[in-house]
Design a binder for this molecule. Structure first.
Ligand code: DLZ
Length: 289
């Protein structure tokens, strides 16, 4: 039985290797295992579905690898911003506009590294024949947010806060629509979040804190109570509260989750808050058709 098909591309140089790895990480591709040996190294990215396709007749107008995505416009935007920060406006000549294809879809091509074209595409009507799901989107324009952040373990929570602000601003939130509320420790987050939610002035609340098992007496009890109370505040007020309270064994693990290795949980919590605020608006405007 076939298990995986790997599509190997020699990067050609260490610089090209780094740029390609950085590009796909910036688009949010899940990292695979990769390897590092004396004679070579490999960085891999996983895709949930893949197929091997042979074509007879009209081919898609692309020279490179075809990658199907669900949010073509968001990927195009991410590719554009990556090119801008990794080559300036000049590099934008390696990004095509999104165009219609002959197979009821839209497509654009980007060369993160010269000689490595990748085409991203999405069906024009991905819902054709499928039940329609109602979901929030990731536009934060016109929404108001509160970030309730604990000062305890500030070396971590400051990074979570940076990640959350980054996500909100990238998604179109106005700086003036974001209130940052600092509390002493994670224990105090629920009370502050509940007070803000009750005031009815924000669309969503992002809670950020860091509990370290090794350094926190009654860790389990505190953690359970913080998690339960944030959930309770959300249920009582109806205002989405996203959960960005890290619970780690060590400071090192927490650093990994605050932007060093395993993403930034503050960024993720803010993205969840935006999506839930958007979903709530849609539900309030009539819900599923
Ligand atoms: C007291 C305490 C301890 C020991 N550890 C942590 C921690 O790891 N993370 C955190 O956010 N807060 C901690 N705190 C502080 C409590 O959350 C709370 O602020 C104080 O007990 C005062 O109520």
């Amino acid at each position: 039985m076939i298990k995986t098909i790997s599509f190997l591309r020699p990067a050609g140089s260490a610089a090209a290797y780094d740029r390609l790895a950085s590009f796909f990480a910036a688009l949010g591709f899940a990292p695979g295992r990769g390897w590092q040996e004396q004679s070579s190294r490999g960085v891999s990215f996983l895709v949930p579905l893949a197929n091997l396709e042979f074509v007879d007749g009209q081919m898609p107008s692309t020279a490179g690898t075809l990658i199907e995505v669900t949010s073509l416009d968001a990927i195009h935007q991410a590719a554009e911003s990556w090119l801008r920060s990794n080559g300036g406006d000049q590099a934008l000549s390696r990004l095509s506009a999104i165009e219609d294809t002959h197979w009821k879809s839209r497509l654009f091509t980007v060369e993160p590294e010269p000689g490595f074209p990748f085409s991203f595409w999405a069906l024009t009507d991905p819902l054709k024949g499928k039940p329609v799901a109602l979901e929030g989107d990731l536009s934060a324009e016109g929404m108001r947010f509160a970030i309730v952040v604990a000062r305890w373990n500030a070396v971590i929570t400051d990074r979570l806060l940076d990640g959350a602000l980054d996500a909100l601003q990238r998604s179109g939130a106005d700086r003036g629509d974001i209130a940052i509320i600092r509390v002493p420790g994670s224990w105090e987050i629920p009370a502050a979040a509940h007070a803000v939610a009750g005031a009815g002035i924000v669309d969503a609340i992002i809670t950020l804190g860091c509990l370290l098992r090794g350094e926190t007496a009654h860790y389990e009890a505190i953690y359970n109570e913080v998690a339960r109370s944030i959930g309770q505040s959300q249920q009582q007020t109806g205002v989405p509260h996203s959960f960005g309270v890290l619970t780690c064994d060590t400071l090192e693990q927490a650093l990994d989750r605050a932007g060093i290795k395993s993403g930034n949980k503050g960024f993720e919590a803010a993205a969840a808050a935006i999506e839930m605020a958007s979903l709530r608006r849609k539900l309030q405007q009539g819900g599923p058709a």
